[in-house]
Ligand binder design. Structure first.
Ligand code: AN0
Ligand code: CP
Length: 315
């Protein structure tokens, strides 16, 4: 594996999960594998889990880390081609990516969807520019359309907690005050389908995701029916894909509550975090024994460690 930007970059999903499970069991077993190597992480958007878990994973492998946020601790970057740079951006992404590629051995990029132009977001311009110009392996730390490090941790979590070989996994839209990207649900759907789970996606009308990610899932507007017999409930808000970036619904009846969880087969509750309490899910759900959100977040470390290890071993 060279880059890690999408499921398609993973040659063997089962092997990557096995490696993540190994990293979880014996995190210190590869402590000199990355000696002399540096991971650079570029955050165009805020992060708690991705920033700290990837740093921790790198440290466990003996890799040095340097993190930056363009526009606050490095120059604001221009991403459009052919423009006269007489505005706020002092540096073009072309030079920034090429230079960083000379300083570090692996580059992680966080760059969210802007949610104004679907074609631009789905072209993954920023991530792809780093892939094209940096000359080193690139890891997505959540891009405009995908969050594969999150999905790997999610699959590791489901594999650990599942009680049947093919669990019923429900991805439920839930209300949120701001427009959010489709990256997390896109990736979750893509990975859950590849794992062979029974994936049910439930959302209000108008929130259909890009079918390239959801082909093979059951899609319903009936949240109650979706929850019947569920083994896992994965809550997430996203903005509309078809009416791009719009909030079409803020109906609080979509919030995940104990009454809804009672319809399930004692399902575990999951969310990628950060989560707005009493919007997406009620306190009673988040604080119940069924909630595995902290274990899920903890699994971000072995997930990132497995990805870094796999890239280092391929070099
Ligand atoms: C981001 C999102 O929905 O993509 C990051 C989630 C990991 N969430 C927020 O911006 C609140
Ligand atoms: N789940 C996740 O990626 O969290 P952060 O945005 O805090 O990194």
């Amino acid at each position: 594996m060279n880059h890690f930007t999408a499921l398609a970059d993973v040659p063997d999903l089962a092997l990557l999960l096995e490696r993540a499970a190994e990293c979880k069991r014996t995190p210190n077993a590869w402590s000199s594998l990355g000696r002399g190597r540096t991971l650079g992480m570029v955050f165009f958007n805020p992060s708690l889990r991705t920033r700290v878990s990837a740093h921790r994973a790198a440290t466990l492998l003996g890799i040095d880390v340097v993190s930056m946020s363009p526009g606050s601790d490095t120059w604001l970057l221009e991403t459009r081609d052919g423009v006269v740079m007489d505005g706020a951006a002092a540096e073009h992404i072309r030079e920034a990516a090429a230079v960083l590629g000379r300083y570090v051995d692996i580059l992680g990029i966080r760059s969210f969807a802007q949610l104004t132009n679907r074609d631009e977001d789905y072209a993954e311009t920023i991530l792809e520019r780093f892939v094209a110009c940096a000359g080193v392996p690139v890891i997505s730390l959540e891009s405009a359309t995908r969050h594969p490090l999150q999905s790997l941790a999610d699959m590791l979590t489901i594999e650990h907690f599942k009680r049947t070989s093919r669990p019923r996994v429900v991805l439920s839209w839930a209300p949120h005050p701001k427009a959010l990207p489709q990256a997390v649900p896109n990736s979750f759907a893509e990975w859950a389908i590849a794992m062979g789970y029974e994936l049910v996606i439930t959302h209000p009308p108008g929130y259909e995701l890009d079918e390239r990610f959801t082909a093979g899932a059951t899609i319903t507007h009936d949240q109650d029916a979706a929850f019947d017999g569920a083994d896992f409930v994965y809550a997430k808000n996203w903005s509309s894909y078809h009416d791009y970036g719009k909030i079409l619904c803020q109906d609080m009846r979509w919030q995940i509550t104990p009454e809804k969880m009672a319809r399930t087969r004692n399902a575990y509750f999951m969310h990628c975090l950060p989560i707005r309490r009493n919007m997406i899910a009620s306190d009673a759900v988040l604080d119940s024994p069924s909630s595995i959100i902290i274990e899920q977040a903890a699994n971000r470390v072995p997930a990132a460690q497995a990805v870094l290890r796999t890239i280092l071993e391929a070099q």
